[in-house]
Design a protein around this ligand. Structure first.
Ligand SMILES: [Zn+2]
Length: 398
C-alpha cells in the first residue's frame, strides 16, 4: 500500500504521519494528510459496520477497530422538497449531522484524532471550542479512558457548560482572545504532552471527509452542483472538499460539486477577504452573531479555505442574524430543528438564489452541522404562543 504522510497546504513541506504536527514548521499554514490515490468503498450487509470500516481505504495510516466507535456518521440526507420547489431548484438535501453521538459533525474528526493520538502514545487529549467540539472531545475521552482538557471562551452560553461537564473533563473558561487561544494550546500541548484535536488539525479534517463520502452514496453518485458548508475555523469545509476530491481521484465519482463557504455577517472573515479578492485572512473585528458555533474571527484554516475555493471554483456568502432565524423557522416547518450555525447554509442559499449566483434547477446539499437543542437561548428570538385551558374545556377548542 502507498504510504501517506502530512504535507503543508501552504508550501508543500512534508512531515511523517507519525508525528503530532498540525501547523507547518516553515510557513505556519495548516498541515494535511496527502490525497488518497487508491481505494474502494467496502460494501457490506453487516448492519454493525462503522463509517471507518466502510471507508477504511481512505484512512490507511490508522489502526481502526469497531469497538472504538460510538456510532458516529451514517447520518440522514433529508430531501427538502417543498423548500426546493419554492427556490426553483431541481433538488435540495440537508445532511443532518445532529444525528451523531454528541449531536454534531465533530464526532467524526474527534474519533480520528483520538485514534491518531493513541497511536502516538498520548494519554491526554484536549481542544479549544466555542461549543460543539468541547462535548465531543470530552465524550470520546471518557470512552477511551483518557484525560481531557477543554478550553472554552468565557462568554460561552451557560447552558452549554453542563453538557460538557457530564463527561467529567478538566474544563477551563478562558478570558482573552479566542483566535490566539488556538495557537497557545498547540504550544501547551507540546509542553504538557496533550494531543490537541483542535478545529482544523489534520486528522479532524480527515474525519470530515466521511460527510462527503456519505453524500456521494446517498445520492447514488449523482453529484450535486453545490454543497454549502457553515464555516468557522475552516477544518470541516476543507475535509468535505477533500472527501469529494479523493472519491474523484480513485474513480468513484466523475465530478466534484462546487463548495460554498457560508458565514454569518456578524463574523465573516473568509467571506470578507474572498469578496475583496485578497489572499490572506485578516482578523474580523468585533464579531457578534447568533451563530456562535461558527464565530471565529481569525480562522486558522482561512488561507487554505481561500486557496481551496479558488481551485474548486466555489465561492462564499454571508447572511444576517434575522436571515438565519428565518432559515431556522423554515427548517422547523419541515420538521427539523437545528442550531443557528446550521441554518446559515439555507439562509445563504435563499440569498444566492435571489441574486442568481446559484442557477435555477440546480441540485444543492446544505450541511446541518449540529442539533437545535444545543442552543435553546435562541428561543428568546421567538414569540411562541400556547393556550392554557381547564380539562373540562378541551372539547371547546378551535
Ligand atoms: Zn509550509
Amino acid at each position: 500500500m502507498k504510504e501517506y504522510n502530512l504535507y503543508c497546504t501552504g508550501c508543500s513541506h512534508k512531515e511523517s504521519i507519525n508525528k503530532n504536527i498540525s501547523r507547518c514548521p516553515k510557513c505556519d499554514e495548516p498541515m494535511e494528510v496527502e490525497l488518497i490515490k487508491e481505494g474502494k468503498i467496502k460494501y457490506s450487509k453487516d448492519k454493525g459496520q462503522t463509517i471507518l470500516e466502510r471507508y477504511l481505504d481512505f484512512f490507511p495510516y490508522l489502526d481502526i477497530s469497531r469497538k472504538d466507535s460510538l456510532g458516529e456518521g451514517f447520518t440522514p440526507l433529508t430531501n427538502l422538497k417543498s423548500i426546493s420547489n419554492n427556490l426553483n431548484l431541481k433538488g435540495l438535501y440537508l445532511k443532518n449531522e445532529s444525528q451523531n453521538p454528541t449531536w454534531s459533525f465533530k464526532d467524526r474528526g474527534t474519533l480520528l484524532g483520538i485514534l491518531h493520538g493513541k497511536k502516538l502514545g498520548y494519554k491526554k487529549i484536549g481542544t479549544v471550542s466555542t461549543g460543539n467540539m468541547a462535548p465531543s472531545v470530552a465524550a470520546y475521552a471518557a470512552k477511551f479512558k483518557l484525560e481531557s482538557y477543554i478550553f472554552v471562551k468565557d462568554t460561552i452560553a451557560e447552558e452549554k457548560l453542563n453538557p460538557i461537564l457530564i463527561y467529567n473533563p478538566k474544563l477551563f473558561k478562558v478570558k482573552g482572545d479566542y483566535g490566539s487561544l488556538y495557537y497557545n494550546t498547540l504550544e501547551l500541548g507540546e509542553k504538557k504532552d496533550i494531543y490537541f484535536i483542535n478545529s482544523d488539525v489534520p486528522l479532524r479534517v480527515e474525519g470530515s471527509k466521511t460527510i462527503a463520502f456519505e453524500i456521494c452514496e446517498q445520492l447514488n453518485f449523482e453529484m450535486p452542483d453545490y454543497v454549502i458548508v457553515p464555516t468557522s475555523a475552516g477544518g470541516n469545509i476543507r475535509g468535505i472538499e477533500k472527501g469529494f476530491r479523493e472519491f474523484k481521484e480513485v474513480g468513484i465519482i466523475n465530478k466534484v460539486p462546487k463548495i460554498i463557504c457560508a458565514q454569518s455577517a456578524g463574523c465573516s472573515p473568509i467571506d470578507k477577504v474572498f469578496s475583496e479578492n485578497k489572499e490572506k485572512i485578516e482578523r474580523f473585528e468585533n464579531p457578534s452573531t447568533i451563530a456562535h458555533a461558527i464565530e471565529n474571527p481569525l480562522p486558522p484554516s482561512g488561507n487554505q479555505v481561500l486557496r481551496m475555493l479558488k481551485r474548486n471554483g466555489g465561492f462564499t456568502a454571508s447572511v444576517e442574524d434575522d436571515e438565519i432565524i428565518d432559515a431556522q423557522k423554515d427548517l422547523a416547518q419541515n420538521g427539523l430543528f437545528l442550531q443557528p450555525a446550521s441554518c446559515v447554509p439555507l439562509a445563504a442559499l435563499k440569498k444566492l438564489r435571489q441574486e442568481e449566483k446559484i442557477e435555477k434547477y440546480s441540485t444543492v446539499v446544505i450541511i446541518g452541522t449540529g442539533g437545535g437543542l444545543k442552543y435553546t437561548k435562541v428561543f428568546e428570538k421567538y414569540n411562541f404562543n400556547y393556550s392554557q385551558i381547564d380539562l373540562d374545556d378541551i372539547e371547546n377548542i378551535d
